[in-house]
Design a protein around this ligand. Structure first.
Ligand code: CTP
Ligand code: CA
Length: 227
């Protein structure tokens, strides 16, 4: 076999990636979650590792395998994901791909909630989950490069630009998850890279190709980031 002696541009760089959904329990058998296969986040973790990064993947519950050459931590809820990410700081970069549930039930019943004839459904009191990306984007240990995603069904670029500012990110990878987009659960993706410099529209490609291209962009940017 040939020995690959090409230098790995992300060697020595620690990068945190979040992926998958979070599950917010209602009782021992029920939960609230977003749709997310974890495919795009896991592909990004794998692509960063191929470029030599020390990747720490914080994954919600997914039906796919842990990526090769990546240290994967498994969590269930948004609060667990936030704690895991903050424990991993400091890092050179962080990429937030997880579809975090925005709300959780304030309480999780210890026993299965039973249907009671005539009583109707339980009234769940919902509370907002912490914004993990915004917390890291404004953290005193903020990584030199912070990348978020924006899943939108309308006003894609305008919403992504608002998230860029509000969350303290350097890039937002914006994707259209409207029904026509057909991104959810599939193997292909069409994204725009939104930064202060403007909007870069990438052609439709596989999630693996998006991951490789994003990892290359991150490597380029980390060359110029002073830490
Ligand atoms: N995100 C996060 N923690 C949350 C919510 C979102 O870290 N509690 C991250 C996601 O991983 C993604 C980015 O923030 O990188 C944008 O997520 P998105 O759901 O598109 O944005 P929200 O701010 O939650 O706004 P909305 O769902 O109302 O569009
Ligand atoms: Ca959200």
């Amino acid at each position: 076999a040939l020995l690959d002696i090409r230098p790995k541009p992300l060697a020595g760089r620690k990068i945190i990636v979040t992926s998958g959904p979070t599950h917010e329990p209602i009782d021992p058998v029920r939960y609230i979650a977003n749709r997310s296969s974890g495919k795009q986040g896991h592909a990004i973790a794998a692509a960063l590792a191929r470029l030599g990064a020390d990747v720490r993947l914080v994954s919600g519950p997914v039906g796919i395998a842990d990526p090769a050459e990546v240290t994967t931590l498994h969590v269930e809820t948004a609060n667990e994901m936030k704690d895991a990410v903050e424990q991993l700081l400091p890092a050179d970069a962080a990429v937030f791909v997880a579809a975090v549930a925005d709300w959780r039930s304030e309480t999780s019943a210890g026993e299965k909630i039973k249907k009671v004839a005539g009583e109707g459904p339980p009234a769940l009191q919902m509370v907002e989950n912490p914004d993990i990306l915004a917390g890291v984007g404004h953290h005193r240990k903020r990584p030199g490069l912070v990348v978020g995603f924006a899943a939108e069904t309308q006003d894609l670029v305008r919403n992504a630009e608002a998230k860029l500012r509000k969350k303290g990110a350097d890039f937002i990878v914006a994707n259209d998850v409207s029904h026509e987009g057909g991104v959810m659960g599939g193997d292909r993706n069409k994204v725009r890279i939104v930064s202060k410099a403007g909007v870069d529209e990438w052609p439709e490609m596989s999630k693996d190709e998006v991951a490789t291209r994003l990892a290359t962009l991150i490597a380029e940017r980390l060359k110029t980031v002073v830490v």
